[in-house]
Write a protein that binds this ligand. Structure first.
Ligand SMILES: NC(=O)c1ccc[n+]([C@@H]2O[C@H](COP(=O)([O-])OP(=O)(O)OC[C@H]3O[C@@H](n4cnc5c(N)ncnc54)[C@H](O)[C@@H]3O)[C@@H](O)[C@H]2O)c1
Length: 439
């Protein structure tokens, strides 16, 4: 099959490379000429484990290439995927669909023969109808079926997620489109990943419902963590105790500084807006968003209180800036409001992240001193705050760390250390949702 992938970001590049690896012939298209030039020169513009090898192999096998020119690849394609961004619209929080609709217009002008146009971007219910309307208006003679195929991959584990999905959701009632989608995903289907065929609008809703549910789970355990701190419980044991119940499940029950990232914040907001527009408000999700927003500054206050309440002129070392490990993605990372709050409180902030510093410079320039590693970051610090649970932060040399810090205070917003080992190493330590050790 021939595939054109419109948008070569985290989703487009990973999906394109994986489809090529299945044996399809894929052209990834992007408007960003620098990104395409980098890819043509063999440089991967994002940090995603394993992606460089996957891209290199498939380029070498001539199943994958990159271009800024949409017309040729779309004209030849059996399936055209729309994988452009759908950020929050400034001002009202609705999904900004302008990139999706612009690409629909360009695709319409370029299709030839029967073509399946697949929306992989996360889009509100009804977007597929509008994409279809745009294509029919631009090219009344076009023979297209518009399908929704939301993507569930997670950054940091994107290739594995794409190749071993829990399910593949396909929204279409068109028989020919169903056949094309089945052929595209055949290798996964043979691996027993269920293909879930449904109506287009339902597929669009499934993606938002999944993200809103996961955001709710995280926020639920975060609030329970606060309660644990007040009443003397251990949120990790609560999470384990409820997570072993199959009806609940153990995942997404790690208390932390609040969810962030390129998806949950914008997708929960967009879903809330859709629901309000249809007079079916999702009040649970509205509360989740509000609770999560407040949590970021609450975490800054938590750090301040570990330093006696006042951080003016104190130095805070931040370990981890990306919204999660194994990505360089800084979109809506909790570190941003956290660092901003430290600055507001008059603290000096030093920071280190294994992959995200280039991206972070855009958001945090002037607010932090960027450092070369964890120990350099900790130099002279009055408190060390673990914000992202990168693997390399899990086994720090505690003695070395302590020797370079001004005060041995650690606030672990990801609970990657045990209180007793930190205290043995001479630190004043606090995690999330774990009451201080009993005297
Ligand atoms: N990042 C994730 O983990 C993830 C997971 C699941 C779903 N999604 C969804 O997938 C979509 C894409 O997300 P992303 O993180 O890959 O975005 P991204 O910003 O990394 O990439 C989008 C790319 O589209 C390009 N683009 C925009 N308009 C274009 C056009 N008309 N023609 C060609 N290229 C164009 C941009 O230049 C950019 O490179 C979003 O809707 C997102 O919600 C993302």
């Amino acid at each position: 099959m021939r595939v054109a992938m419109i948008g070569t970001g985290y989703v487009g590049l990973v999906s394109g490379a994986c489809f090529a690896d299945f044996g399809h012939t894929v052209t990834c298209v992007d408007k960003d000429a620098r990104k395409i030039e980098a890819l043509q020169a063999g440089h991967i513009p994002i940090f995603e484990p394993g992606l460089d090898r996957l891209v290199e192999t498939n380029v070498r096998e001539k199943r994958l290439d990159f271009t800024t020119e949409l017309t040729g690849p779309v004209g030849e394609a059996d399936a055209v995927f729309i994988a452009v961004g759908t950020p929050s619209r400034r001002g009202d929080g609705h999904a900004d669909l302008s990139y999706v609709y612009n690409s629909a217009r360009e695709i319409a002008a370029a299709v030839s023969g029967f073509t399946v146009v697949v929306t992989k971007s996360t889009v509100p219910v009804g977007t597929g109808d509008e994409v279809e309307r745009i294509i029919r208006e631009t090219r009344p003679d076009a023979d297209v079926a518009v399908v929704s195929n939301p993507e569930f991959l997670r950054e940091g584990a994107a290739i594995r997620d794409f190749k071993h999905p829990d399910r593949i959701v396909i929204g279409t009632t068109d028989e020919r489109a169903r056949q094309v989608m089945t052929d595209l995903y055949r290798p996964l289907y043979l691996n027993q990943a269920p293909l879930l065929f449904t109506q287009r609008g339902t597929a669009e809703l499934i993606k938002y419902a999944a993200n809103a549910f996961l955001a709710t789970k995280i926020t639920f355990i975060n609030e329970l963590a606060d309660l644990c701190e007040k009443v003397g419980g251990d949120v990790q044991e609560v999470a384990r105790g409820i997570g072993l119940d199959n009806r609940i499940g153990a995942k997404f029950l790690h208390a932390g500084p609040g969810y962030g990232g390129s998806c949950f914040p914008k997708d929960t907001l967009a879903l809330i807006k859709t629901a309000q527009d249809h007079e079916a408000p999702l009040r649970i999700v509205e509360t989740v968003v509000a609770v999560n927003d407040q949590r970021k500054r609450a975490m800054a206050r938590k750090v301040a209180s570990a330093l006696g309440g006042n951080v003016r002129d104190k130095t805070i070392a931040v370990l981890g800036l990306t919204f999660k490990p194994n990505t360089d993605d800084m979109r809506d990372a909790p570190s941003i409001p956290l660092v901003t709050a430290f600055n507001d409180m008059g603290a000096k902030v030093r920071a280190y992240d294994p992959a995200g510093m280039e991206q972070a410079k855009r958001d945090l320039d002037g607010l932090v001193t960027f450092c070369g590693n964890a120990y350099e970051c900790a130099e002279g610090a009055d408190a060390l705050v673990i914000v992202t649970e990168w693997e390399q932060f899990r086994a720090l040399d505690l003695h070395r760390l302590r020797s370079v810090m001004n005060r041995p205070v650690v606030v672990d917003l990801r609970n990657i250390y045990r209180a007793d080992e930190m205290e043995r190493a001479g630190f004043t330590y606090s995690g999330i949702g774990r009451a201080p050790a009993e005297a």
